[in-house]
Design a protein around this ligand. Structure first.
Ligand code: SAH
Length: 354
């Protein structure tokens, strides 16, 4: 049984290398290959002797090498790349690289599948979620880093907005973010990291106590209680007024503006009354609203409003002095909404399961 090396703290690696009879400084060299150069094959670690490279290869597995790319979809504009990855236990996850004018960002999954059952989302369609490990979360960033490093580029932002509910996998998600923050790994600033939650109040409170300057995004999507419960069953356990309170506490404690995601669903949550209520709830908060025209799920009756309606909704928020943006859509041509690629894949493997 090999030990997984990817994601090990450097101190632990030093101990394991010492057990193999290797010098302590080798750990820093291995770290450099893995995390600064994106080289996952011990044979290519040329400043280490051949005999020691062979020892390493016999003792350790390297997760990014054992994860298989099942599919890669590239958007026509070349700015978005989406991978469907097969984990070592056969579970599949999606991860997306986006090239913005400010650099590269990666949207990572925190769980394989999801148990939240939001009505408009494809992530939870196929059974219960499994928490991803710290290494599996960090490896999603390194898949792309390994491709970008040779060109002198790297991923500078990470958003935990792929499938899964990050607050239900708190230790591994924040463990992965802390790992990616290290100067000897991805050297990523906490300010360039965003965690998006459907509104798990104890998770938001824990994030406040943790005190890292990570951005918080909250999936709000509706401000009429019955409608929010219909769209997001989690609203029964954590009503959105409690979520707003916890998120505002985070904003005050961290000094960071919270982003509220609001999917626009034609005829469901896009009326003038919805806009007015949203203004009421957002007023005087450290908040920005991100309007997301839904990726349509026609089987479930979810359609995107007309451009005119979207603009009107946005203008109502602006008139109410609520900072708001409409999400710039990237990769629409490659099905970039959460879970859609995975759902298509699972459906093809087992056509009876939808
Ligand atoms: N569980 C977390 C993070 C994953 S979802 C959360 O709920 O925030 C990331 C975002 O994509 C959420 O705001 C989610 O509601 C949204 N989303 C899900 N399905 C979508 C769809 N069909 N169209 C547009 N956005 C969608």
């Amino acid at each position: 049984m090999k030990t997984e090396i990817f994601g090990l703290p450097v101190e632990q690696l030093q101990t394991l290398l010492a057990d193999l009879g290797m010098q302590r400084y080798r750990a820093a060299q291995v770290y450099d290959w893995l995390y600064r150069k994106g080289v996952f094959d011990f044979a290519q670690m040329t400043n280490i002797s051949k005999a020691e490279r062979e020892k390493l290869a016999a003792a350790f597995s390297v997760l990014p090498r054992d994860i298989e790319v099942l599919r890669q979809l590239d958007s026509a504009d070349g700015l978005t790349h989406k991978l469907l990855l097969r984990l070592t236990d056969g579970n599949t996850i999606e991860t997306v690289l986006m090239h913005h004018d400010y650099g590269y960002s990666v949207c990572v999954s925190s769980q394989a599948g999801c148990d939240m059952h939001c009505a408009f989302c494809a992530s939870g369609l196929h059974g219960a979620a499994r928490n991803l490990t710290r290494a599996e979360i960090a490896a999603q960033v390194y898949f792309f880093n390994a491709r970008l490093f040779p060109a002198g580029e790297r991923v500078s932002r990470v958003v935990v907005m792929g499938s899964g509910e990050p607050m239900l996998n708190f230790d591994n998600v924040f463990g992965a973010l802390q790992f990616l923050h290290r100067p000897d790994t991805a050297d990523m600033s906490y300010r360039n990291m965003t965690v998006s939650t459907c509104g798990i109040v104890p998770g938001i409170e824990r994030m406040t106590r943790l005190g890292l300057p990570v951005s918080l995004a909250v999936s709000l999507h509706a401000v009429k209680p019955e409608l929010r419960t219909e769209l997001m069953p989690v609203n029964k356990a954590y009503p959105f007024l409690d979520v707003l309170r916890a998120a505002e506490n985070y904003a005050v404690a961290s000094g960071r503006q919270v982003t509220y995601e609001y999917i626009l669903l034609s005829g469901k949550n896009d009326s003038d009354t919805d806009a007015r209520l949203l203004v009421e709830y957002m007023r005087h908060k450290h908040a920005v609203v991100n309007l997301i025209p839904v990726n349509p799920v026609p089987e479930k009756g979810f359609f995107r409003p007309s451009q005119q309606r979207i603009n009107h909704f946005l203008r109502m928020l602006e008139k109410g002095h609520v900072p708001a943006t409409v999400r710039r859509e990237m990769g629409k041509d490659i099905n970039a909404a959460c879970g859609q690629l995975r759902a298509d894949y699972v459906r093809q493997e087992d056509p009876t399961c939808l």
